[in-house]
Design a protein around this ligand. Structure first.
Ligand SMILES: O=c1ccn([C@H]2C[C@H](O)[C@@H](COP(=O)(O)OP(=O)(O)OP(=O)(O)O)O2)c(=O)[nH]1
Ligand SMILES: [Mg+2]
Length: 152
């Protein structure tokens, strides 16, 4: 296994010191992020709320990005997912990580202070240059999309 990249992390609220993100198991793909809340937050069905994490993580390397993904238990059992579906964190972002929490379910859900509500996944990124052309060489698919290969 290659060495893990090191990311600079600022703790913006001292209460987070006891709750720093980490990989729960050797094989975990993500580190859980917690809700920085002063009091419980009730989300009614359909509500979206921007929740602080109290942390800033500066990735710096443009060959990496962060992704904020829902936790499957919260999403499946309680309908608590992300208002932006997926959060994409740029390598040059130095601000606080924010989580858009959306109750897409049918019942109110109360988020407790410092509850784990989403996960942060570091992913490789390749930036491209666009070469402008008038014609592409033929491919098998051509311009067929949106179900053009059928359903089964
Ligand atoms: O769930 C998220 C998504 C984004 N961000 C931060 C980090 C990211 O680098 C920045 C910008 O995100 P994005 O580019 O997706 O949003 P935008 O609406 O295009 O904003 P901008 O104009 O700042 O790029 O906001 C978060 O903290 N949480
Ligand atoms: Mg953007």
């Amino acid at each position: 296994m290659t060495a893990r990249p090191r990311l600079q992390c600022k703790v913006l609220d001292e209460r987070l010191r006891d709750y720093l993100p980490h990989y729960a198991t050797d094989g975990s793909a993500g580190m859980d992020l917690r809700a920085l809340l002063d009091e419980p937050l009730t989300l009614n069905p359909g509500d979206t709320h921007l929740v602080r994490t109290g942390l800033a993580i500066y990735i710096e390397d443009p060959g990496l990005a962060g992704m904020i993904l829902p936790r499957s238990g919260l999403g499946h059992k309680h309908g608590i997912v992300l208002g932006n579906l997926v959060g994409l964190i740029d390598a040059d972002y130095q601000g606080e990580l924010m989580i858009s929490v959306w109750n897409r379910g049918q019942s109110p859900f109360t988020l407790a202070p410092f509850e784990r509500l989403a996960q942060y996944v570091l992913v490789p990124v390749v930036q491209a240059e666009l070469d402008l052309v008038d014609q592409f060489s033929d491919s098998t698919r051509g311009s067929g999309g949106f179900g053009s290969t059928g359903r089964h």
